[in-house]
Design a protein around this ligand. Sequence first.
Ligand SMILES: [Zn+2]
Length: 336
Amino acid sequence: MADRYVVGADIGGTKTAILVCEPGTRRGGAGRIRTRHVAPTAVGSPDRAADAIADLVTAAVDEAGGTLGDVDGLGIGVPGRVEPSSGEVSLAVNLGWQGLPLGPRLEARLGVPTFLENDVRAAALGLHRRRVFGDVQSLAFLAIGTGVSAGIVLDGRLHRGAKGLAGEIGHAVVMPGGPHCACGLDGCFEAVASGPAILSQALAAWSAAGRMPSPTPRAAEDVFRAAEAGDAIATQVIAKAGKAVAWGIHLLALTYDVERIVIGGGVSHAGAAFIDPVRAELDRVRDASPLAREVLAGDLVQVLPPGLDAGAWGAVTLVSEALDPLPGQGREVDHA
Ligand SMILES: [Zn+2]
């Protein structure tokens, strides 16, 4: 019998990561990785998106030594609002996609059953199913990158919410009157703590103080580096972002009382410069409140190690779950 594969693709704002895996033997698990394929995301016309992704998937399967006929299913994680039942991306602001029937187009192009989910939510599911942070029943994955949002697994199930917006805490207001957010509000969590927000707040403060570093910082990681080198303005911006992240963790803990809150996303890759101010603020909150001490106790807060491909693994997990759904969950798969 020919080798069978499941494929997961994580469509990021800048890069797309694809894993071609052997199907797992356990629910939600996947077997050995046959190929890991990373390419720049072809951002551009939404009309070209399905073709560009289809080409990448075809190349990755080819690299694994297979053909599309050997693929049982394709999972796609997209940074935006996704309707899993129709495979439509209703809104992916950073990719410029709106009302894009990505799932049906990919199925038509590739002839492979395709399953879509919000990228952060897919990653949360993958982290849970692969037991990356232990054999827990509940987990929240808080991604801090170009945007800020959380994916939540409760009692072993992905929590999507009535409108498919559960976990969108990037648009909860953490600082009334703070920086303006693309969603229309001021002082959103995302407008304070995302990568672009950290950069723009630091640039504004440096400019106002007449102390713009040279060369001009171009990304959040430059701000973290400046803070590590002792720059007072960068340190202040990062402390503010760290407080917002601690607030987000506290909010998730109080709302869902999960066993693990995993912090990931591009901004978290700054390491100690990112997480130390967060931990300091969490300590302050714990010291002030016995309730906070209890809800934030133990090894609740974990940082996702970089290079774990959480999004692509999540997309692989989507396929495993869809092909072998829990009772009362998942959609029917047409094997025709
Ligand atoms: Zn907002």
